[in-house]
Design a protein. Structure first.
Length: 243
């Protein structure tokens, strides 16, 4: 084959042209199929079980992945805990999805986009603090979930006793268990905007001791939640608290 450039005629072998066409994929059906499978339009953009990267619609306006990161930032790290509670019972972690087990109450997972937890113990394991944090798609979803918590606390009278305590966050509830297995555990549920934090405090010294420590730890937890909703890095610490 011959072609002309600048008045000069040159020869190109047919084999070279065929090779060139093969490399560029011109007219090749197989190459088109590969492009379709790897195209940006067919590539899934799912993050943590939620498609897309748009915000949750809450005050923080975060997607599920960043909501998980915020959840992990809100949960207190080891160095913010009282000296006595410096043994890790549950490693600090979070994930961009709703809790895998929805109970106590079942409505707590509706509208959830991320969750996390962490737990700490005393050296002799007689006392423990367990934190859970759930981020919702918006404040309204969190309000509905908190309503489920309140309904659960006030209606499960065979299992739970509602207690008085200083309110925390946007709204909160505190209760203790009647069952022998959890008779020394008191729980506070705190809603702050699109987040709901749950703090379980177990103390074998008795419920009164547990409530005293719960009051101090829940105040710090509520402040970490509030800092996050103000787009601040959660920094409130309970390192000074004696339990």
């Amino acid at each position: 084959m011959r072609f002309t450039t600048g008045g000069t005629t040159r020869a190109v072998g047919v084999g070279v042209l065929v090779l060139s066409l093969a490399l560029t994929g011109c007219g090749g059906k197989k190459d088109k199929k590969k492009h379709k499978r790897g195209s940006s339009t067919s590539h899934g953009r799912t993050v943590g079980g939620h498609t897309g990267g748009k915000g949750t619609g809450g005050s923080a306006g975060t997607g599920s992945l960043s909501a998980a990161r915020r959840a992990q930032a809100i949960l207190p790290p080891l160095d913010t805990m009282p000296t006595a509670l410096r043994h890790v019972g549950t490693e600090l972690h979070s994930r961009a999805k709703a809790p895998s087990v929805c109970k106590d109450p079942g409505g707590k997972c509706k509208g959830a986009v991320a969750n996390g937890r962490v737990g700490y113990l005393t050296g002799d394991k007689t006392e423990g603090a367990s934190y859970e944090l759930i981020a919702y798609k918006n404040t309204r979803a969190a309000e509905r979930a908190f309503a489920s918590w309140e309904s659960y606390a006030h209606n499960a009278r065979r299992e739970i006793t509602v207690l008085d305590g200083a309110p925390q966050g946007s709204e909160s509830t505190i209760y203790a268990y009647k069952t022998p297995a959890k008779k020394n555990t008191v729980t506070m549920v705190i809603r702050q905007d699109e987040y709901i934090g749950t703090l379980d405090l177990r103390d074998t010294s008795g419920r009164a001791a547990g409530r005293k420590d719960l009051a101090a730890l829940s105040e710090v937890y509520a402040e970490r939640l509030a800092q996050a909703t103000r787009n601040e890095t959660p920094s409130a610490t309970a390192a000074h608290v004696k339990v």
